[in-house]
Design a protein around this ligand. Sequence first.
Ligand code: NDP
Length: 267
Amino acid sequence: LEPFVSPHAQANGQHQPNPFSLEGKIALVTGGGTGIGLEIARCMATAGATVIITGRRESVLQEAATELGESVHYLTNDVCELDTLEDLVAQIEATHGPLDILVNNAGINMKKPALEVTDEEFSRIIHTNLNAVFALTRTCASRMMERKSGVILMISSMAAYYGIDRVVAYAASKSAVEGMVKVLASEFSKNNVRVNAIAPGFIETDMSRTAMNSDPDRRDRAMRRTPMGKFGQPSDIGHAAVFLASEAARYITGASLPVDGGNSIGF
Ligand code: NDP
């Protein structure tokens, strides 16, 4: 990114800091080895941050970190193993310094009619997309609150808002995350810790390709519901994440930003 210099400042020979820069920031992106998380990591690193990506598959993370360059590092971690999260954050801070940004991106989905979803399947999705998000957020936020500085981003979904068939547990988990954002934003704001969500629409990743392949009509239906008439790219979420994590968004907390080609205008 080029440093931002307004025309007025230019005329006066002044240089202002770029409000979108993440220079010197330390960011943790869960599920950062693939899809949306990979592009969030790429965009944050491009904006100047040191980024730590996590996930369960070491080979995937290693390949991603190599591709993204020297400011991106990886740690293998399963967010569902809640008792590992304190050590994860302690290790990151001991190696790289205080964590400025947490992006809760890791998530799973499953397409099934509600009546066929077992208790085990429902719990697995809720545990990954909700319980783990809360546990990691609590761990990071307690440190950020002490330092009176930090940004937490949740990758939610438009499934939180609309009745999309066959994603009952996923929709429940993402709606709960949206509710959590408002409470946490309120509780943390006096300590200068901001909490926001990004609600992606149809974004082209492995997760959405699997869903589309399991139902050939789904792609057409999705396009009919998208005013812009095209799928989003993972980098569209990456750019929004950089904005919300940066000083440019310093007065935004408790918000959910749809990045969805207009889906949220209404079906
Ligand atoms: P992907 O399946 O490509 O990415 C999910 C990532 O999460 C993977 O890197 C995976 O890595 C990681 N992950 C899953 N479970 C765990 C776990 N237990 N511990 C640690 N990491 C885990 O999907 P997307 O990039 O599409 O999804 C990213 C986020 O965006 C999700 O929260 C999803 O709900 C959300 N989203 C996506 C949309 C889309 O259209 N694609 C739309 C709306 C929201 P590994 O398997 O190696 O652990």
